[in-house]
Design a protein around this ligand. Structure first.
Ligand code: HEC
Length: 250
């Protein structure tokens, strides 16, 4: 009898543990903190969703080494749960976590003669959206090349102002992640500044297919419609035989 009771209690405990795990699962890839509130470095970030790489466009402390002809690569990853939410809504949910992995670049090794490939890890930075924990909702962290947890960078760090002023969607640089940019455009979640930048380049030169700003571009009227050109040669070509370009458009 006693054994039976233990057995039932044991099964109940296992069930409770499984249920708790299931409840945790949606956020299982979200930010984890130590008891002191430091961010634990997510060791499996390379299994997350890869957004894009920049070459020579690093900022902050790791940027210093990037000068002098050795541009660094940065690779951006986001946790899968946040990625799925972004694809559905064009917005970052609470508990989004990004990793920016910065790597040195090399050239002329093995069979490579030109171009640049990625090499040693220079550092890892993270950006977390945790609405209850951080007064400004987002917080930044620098791990360097170490696997130890990192303290939140103070809100006076440049990370905060550059990201909030220039990021196209909610503090983040979606304008540089080509597949996400299309999602944000279609869901209408670009902030006003980014949306404005997208629309000022609205017109396309029908001759060379370059994007042009209708406010400053050369113009020609044809059958009641205005066409815009990047240079006089394009305008001349168009005016010489407009139908050629307009049929090619269709
Ligand atoms: C001068 C502007 C600027 C500053 C300062 C800056 N960043 Fe960024 N950050 C960018 C840009 C631009 C990107 C776009 C991705 C790239 O570089 O490839 C980016 C991307 C990121 C990303 C990927 C997610 C996102 O928001 O798009 C993280 C994480 C990140 N930065 C962390 C940091 C941290 C940590 C600091 C401070 C130590 C910092 N950044 C300072 C401009 C800045």
């Amino acid at each position: 009898m006693k054994r039976g009771v233990v057995g039932i209690a044991g099964v109940a405990a296992i069930l409770a543990a499984l249920l708790m795990e299931a409840a945790d699962r949606p956020e299982a890839d979200g930010p984890q903190y130590t008891a002191e509130g430091q961010l634990v470095r997510p060791n499996n970030y390379r299994e997350w969703v890869y957004l894009s790489s920049g070459l020579g466009m690093t900022y902050g402390p790791v940027a210093e080494a990037a000068r002098d002809g050795n541009p660094m690569f940065d690779n951006v990853f986001v946790n899968p749960t946040a990625y799925q939410a972004f694809m559905a809504t064009g917005k970052w949910p609470d508990k989004t976590i990004f990793v920016l992995e910065v790597r040195a670049s090399g050239s002329k090794a093995s069979i490579n003669n030109g171009g640049r490939f990625q090499s040693n890890l220079a550092g890892i930075e993270a950006e977390v959206k945790d609405e209850k924990r951080f007064p400004s909702k987002w917080a930044f962290f620098g791990f360097g090349a170490s696997a130890s947890p990192a303290k939140m960078l103070p809100t006076t760090a440049q990370c905060y102002s550059c990201h909030s002023t220039n990021g196209a969607v909610d503090n983040t640089f979606v304008q540089f992640y080509p597949t996400l940019l299309d999602v944000a455009k279609s869901k209408g979640t670009l902030n006003a500044k980014a949306a404005q930048a997208e629309t000022t380049d609205q017109a396309v030169d029908v001759v060379c297919k370059m994007g042009v700003d209708p406010k400053t571009a050369l113009k020609a009227e044809y059958k009641g419609k205005t066409y815009y050109f990047c240079q006089p040669a394009c305008k001349d070509n168009f005016e010489g035989s407009p139908e050629t370009y307009l049929t090619a458009e269709k």
